[in-house]
Design a protein around this ligand. Sequence first.
Ligand code: M6P
Ligand code: ZN
Length: 181
Amino acid sequence: MNQLPEFKASKLSGEAVETMIRTISDLAGVFEDDAAFRQIDPGSVVYSVDSYMPVAPGTEGGLFFGITHLMPGQVGREFFMTKGHFHEKRDRAEFYWGIAGSGLLVFMSAAGKAWTEEVRPGSLHYVPGDTAHRLVNTGDAVLDVGACWPADAGHDYGSITESGFSIRVMAGESGPEIVHQ
Ligand code: M6P
Ligand code: ZN
């Protein structure tokens, strides 16, 4: 029998668990400060995602489970963040929950209205359908965040790649600042 996946502390393990790594070079065009971006080693890991996908992607009614490990860091004044996405099937929702570290979850409606929720150990976040979502690590430790999403949600990165989110999270004099675009 296959070893079942195990979720302990912030680690997801087991032979069915897949790991995806995103380096700074995978995030070209995401951060505002291009000069600062070019100074970072292209192979630097910004985040990894461990996922357990018990059914094939696209399976209606199925669920996926993942943990994102987002490194602390900045590109210029802007905090490290995930690419962020809408779901390909736009009405699909998702749960995120904070496990370790501190940060913000940025939401954006299809009309471009953005808002945030604070992510900390134990925080629970419902991402409604038709809403883009991105994690930002505003702390100095790894931000570990769990996620559960429908197997047929898919990822739509296109509109984010084109126009980004309507807010950015930057390091200010006295903590994180939300800058409207
Ligand atoms: C969470 C889930 C995944 C997503 C990952 C990284 O674990 O939402 O579906 O892939 O975060 O986010 P992104 O795909 O935006 O890089
Ligand atoms: Zn999602």
